[in-house]
Design a protein around this ligand. Structure first.
Ligand code: PLP
Length: 218
């Protein structure tokens, strides 16, 4: 049986893979050092199933309600769920039950709520500290000057593993410059926490700029 939607997703996936390969080549980087996260928000669970069938193992969602529904409907799939959206403390209990990683940790209360929830479930959550590159609180992220204490708190919380930093490029800004700033913040975090080598950045529109600045998760 042929599923035209699988063909469509396969085509999109190979176009993205080509862009990643070209950006890695341009930056003299190894493709194997980059994790592609397919963000499936607003797309149906069957699309996640199709992606898994195409060997995409990392799936991103930005709302707990939608993510939790998909996770429940797709319990048989062997995929890692990445939470990339703004998070409220009252959702941490739920997110901690299914997330492999949370990319949007930008305040102490979230660190503590996630750590508490992870401990309750006996799980380990991988955490990215989200950095604000434009000072716009509406888009989430902590000011670069505040990253260090937050990263320290993640690193010392049982049940949480500090992966590194995450940011979204400011709207209408110069993405390459923004991601260079993120790269500087990442280097400072790495100086204190050598294992926290991950940089989560880059969406469909700006993944080349992100990979050029060292993004490990796009
Ligand atoms: C939606 C979203 C993405 C994916 O954006 P695309 O343009 O679909 O690639 C990535 N990161 C975050 C934080 C998002 O909310």
């Amino acid at each position: 049986m042929t599923d035209p939607r699988v063909d469509e997703i396969r085509g999109n996936l190979s176009a993205v893979e080509e862009r990643i390969a070209a950006a890695c080549a341009a930056a003299d980087r190894n493709r194997d050092d980059v994790t592609l996260i397919a963000v499936t928000k607003t797309f149906p669970p069957d699309d996640v199933r199709r992606l898994a069938g195409l060997r995409v193992a990392d799936i991103g969602e930005n709302r707990d309600q939608e993510a939790a529904r998909k996770v429940a409907a797709l319990a048989d799939l062997d995929v890692r769920w990445h939470f990339v959206g703004q998070l409220q403390t009252n959702k941490c209990r739920s997110v901690a039950t299914y997330a492999y990683a949370v990319h949007s940790v930008d305040r102490t209360q979230l660190v503590d709520a996630l750590a508490h929830a992870a401990a309750q479930d006996g799980r380990t959550l991988n955490v990215f500290v989200q950095v604000s590159l434009d000072g716009d609180p509406a888009r989430g992220g902590v000011d670069p000057a505040e990253v260090s204490p937050l990263a320290d708190r993640v690193a010392t919380s049982a049940g949480l593993e500090l992966m590194g930093v995450m940011a979204v490029a400011p709207v209408g800004g110069d993405a390459a410059r923004s991601f260079d700033r993120l790269s500087d913040v990442a280097a400072r975090v790495r100086a204190d926490h050598p294992a926290a080598t991950a940089i989560s950045a880059g969406m469909s529109g700006d993944l080349e700029a992100a990979l050029g600045a060292g993004a490990t998760h796009v």
